[in-house]
Design a protein around this ligand. Sequence first.
Ligand SMILES: N[C@@H](CCC(=O)N[C@@H](CS)C(=O)NCC(=O)O)C(=O)O
Length: 213
Amino acid sequence: MSLTLVIGTKRFSSWSLRPWLALKVAGIAFEEVEIALRQPDTKADILKHSPSGKVPLLDEDGFKVWDSLAICEYLAERAPMLWPRNVQARAVARAVAAEMHSGFMPLRRDCPMDVLGDTPMTGIPDEVAADLARIDALWSDCRARFGVSGPFLFGDFSIADAMYAPVVTRLRTCHLPVGKASQAYCDAVMALPAMREWVEGARTPSDFRPLPS
Ligand SMILES: N[C@@H](CCC(=O)N[C@@H](CS)C(=O)NCC(=O)O)C(=O)O
């Protein structure tokens, strides 16, 4: 059985980062196919792999799972450590992962992921400030209630951290402020060897094409 994860340009593809990180941290072997985003033929290239026309997509010997969170759930079937062991922690982890998956539109719109970027946001819009306040409260609450065994939201790394990893990069590159506990959490995420590997990979994309002007 072999796994292939089809992803978008590492520099920009926040949804791709999530299952890629889960695979790496769980130590599951996989191949990756990187498709250049923001090109005239991006959609056609993605559709060769993914019926939804979106990345990421996981292909296991022809069996396809699309959507970042569904892929993470599929991975957790073989690597249960990707969710917290405690039933209540696991329920909250699923809730915070789902909240990310379906929310925080103002932050995502105004501070898109660019892991190589450095673009301080000046004059934070109210909607973005509200997202930041919610994220800060949510992270602090998870860390305080469940984060005893390690530096991540539920102590040990979980899918919840994979889902928020692109937010961590956004806060850094857009210079957005969070409280002390959340900052320590961001530092722990960025220190993950797999996160460093992703950022390094963003410098040398396997499918490099300049962005259309
Ligand atoms: N809900 C999907 C969102 C996937 C998504 O929007 N992916 C973007 C890249 S980060 C994409 O495929 N964009 C290509 C396009 O829209 O043409 C998921 O969680 O996987």
